[in-house]
Design a protein around this ligand. Structure first.
Ligand SMILES: Cc1cc2nc3c(=O)[nH]c(=O)nc-3n(C[C@H](O)[C@H](O)[C@H](O)COP(=O)(O)OP(=O)(O)OC[C@H]3O[C@@H](n4cnc5c(N)ncnc54)[C@H](O)[C@@H]3O)c2cc1C
Length: 416
């Protein structure tokens, strides 16, 4: 069923009785051509583009929980194309262009809102780094404006410009960046994939792989064994656990990242603002809640809940940047498990096991990558060769010294 203004009118006039479930609830078949393990944003996008762009059929997505229950429905919804390294810019700019047309493409309202991202800086050296990043963005088709203090004041007059300890000296503004409603992105991809015949099977945990003579021929699941010609794993924070069942050890650690939301307030923050003297990113949802987050909790865990020190940290950053929010009440907080790689960059690659592919290592920036990751992973699985914009995201890059360290902090997953 296509959604349109006419359809809304028709349903409104006929008691809203014609709406269909957004996707079917099929039973798994005995065999598929493609199995995608993990029904998060990346897995669903992969299935969607496999069917839509690469004209493949007989595809299943196996999800151990429910659609939208993983990080795709837990993130702080920020999408941006503001990378500096040549391995990253074309990929994230491709993703941004896909975001810009995504709702028309999958015919679903994902509330994509290019409300701008402002990265504050507080010193001359930070200004130099921001100028360098901005130049790299402009050179690779993205957009950036270097603002001085007055430029920032015009955009966000509510920031604390009197803070002596962390004086705001300017900001790097990325007008095309913004937010998209995270769970709607999952639902949109799920619906688009289902409409093209993809079986989305929830409550189906993959517990192992069937590997014969170095070739993956299927998966073992909580709903029985399923044969497949090609299996693509896409399970974010569970990557190390799932790939261990195929005998693989990954350059990935799992950490928890928390997010927070306040009670609903009248419009106060126009776009996304990040603090340059700590780690805080904050925006306002359409419902009025301030949505924010900071660093990971910095210890390894698979638990989807975090601890108090991070709450203290982000609250302190908010008070340094916007003391007026000191009286806002925190409504909810939650955590998601992050697949932190050694250099902070992802993997979209074949494995040494024929027919088994791996997508992961998105750290805590994978939401914005969802469409490009889906299309590049679909390309790899359909054609057995990497998409040109994701060719650097290889599993063996550490062996060859081709690390992609966007932050420049070295081989420490918890620092990326
Ligand atoms: C609090 C928080 C804030 C974030 N903020 C941002 C942000 O603002 N911008 C941004 O770009 N990124 C952000 N991220 C990161 C982003 O959400 C993730 O990188 C991205 O969602 C990961 O890809 P995914 O959507 O496929 O993951 P998920 O949605 O986690 O999908 C993986 C799926 O695999 C399933 N699975 C696991 N094991 C199995 C199994 N054995 N069998 C079957 N299924 C299995 C899981 O249940 C899960 O549904 C944030 C993350 C968190 C947690």
């Amino acid at each position: 069923m296509r959604y349109s203004a006419l359809r809304i009118l028709k349903e409104g006039l006929t008691g809203n009785k014609g709406w269909k479930p957004v996707w079917r609830e099929p039973q798994p078949k005995a065999a598929y051509d493609y199995i995608i393990v993990g029904g998060g944003g990346h897995g669903l996008a992969t299935a969607y583009y496999l069917a839509k762009e690469y004209k493949q059929a007989n595809i299943a997505v196996l999800e151990k929980g429910w659609i939208g229950g993983g990080n795709v429905g837990r993130n702080t919804t920020i999408v941006r194309s503001n990378y500096i390294l040549p391995e990253n810019n074309p990929f994230y700019e491709m993703s941004m262009k896909l975001w810009e047309n995504l709702e028309q493409d999958f015919n679903y309202n994902a509330m994509m809102s290019q409300r701008g991202i402002l990265n504050l800086f507080h010193s001359d050296s930070q200004r130099d780094a921001a100028a360098r990043r901005g130049n790299a963005m402009i050179l690779t088709d993205s957009d950036a404006e270097l603002l001085d203090r007055e430029g920032v004041r015009k955009l966000c007059p509510f920031l604390d410009f009197e803070n002596e300890r962390f004086p705001i000296t300017g900001g790097l503004y990325h007008p095309r960046g913004g937010t998209a409603r995270h769970d709607a992105v999952a639902w949109g991809f799920a619906r688009g994939a289902d409409m093209r015949g993809v079986d989305i099977i929830q409550n189906c945990e993959v517990t192992g792989f069937q590997i014969e003579n170095g070739v993956c021929t299927g998966v073992e699941t909580s709903k029985g064994n399923i044969k497949a010609k090609k299996v693509g794993v896409c399970v974010a924070g569970s990557s190390s656990r799932v790939m261990a069942t195929a005998g693989m050890r990954l350059p990935i650690e799992t950490h928890v990242l928390q997010a927070f939301v306040t009670e609903g307030l009248k419009p106060v923050i126009p776009g996304v603002v990040t603090f340059g003297a700590g780690h805080l990113y904050i925006s306002q949802s359409d419902k009025g809640g301030l949505v924010f987050g900071g660093d990971i909790d910095k210890y390894n865990t698979y638990a989807q809940r975090g601890n108090l020190p991070v709450i203290e940290h982000v609250a302190e950053d908010i008070m340094a940047m916007m003391p007026m929010l000191g009286r806002a009440r925190l409504l909810r907080s939650w955590g998601g498990v992050m697949d932190m790689s050694m250099d902070g960059s992802p993997f979209i690659d074949k494995t040494h096991i024929e027919g088994l592919y791996f997508n992961g290592g998105w750290c805590y920036g994978g939401f914005k990558a969802t469409p490009a990751s889906g299309i590049c992973y679909a390309h790899l699985m359909a054609k057995d060769e990497p998409h040109p914009n994701a060719a650097a995201f290889r599993l063996d890059r550490f062996r060859h010294g081709n690390i992609i360290d966007e932050k420049g902090v070295g081989p420490q997953p918890n620092m990326h």
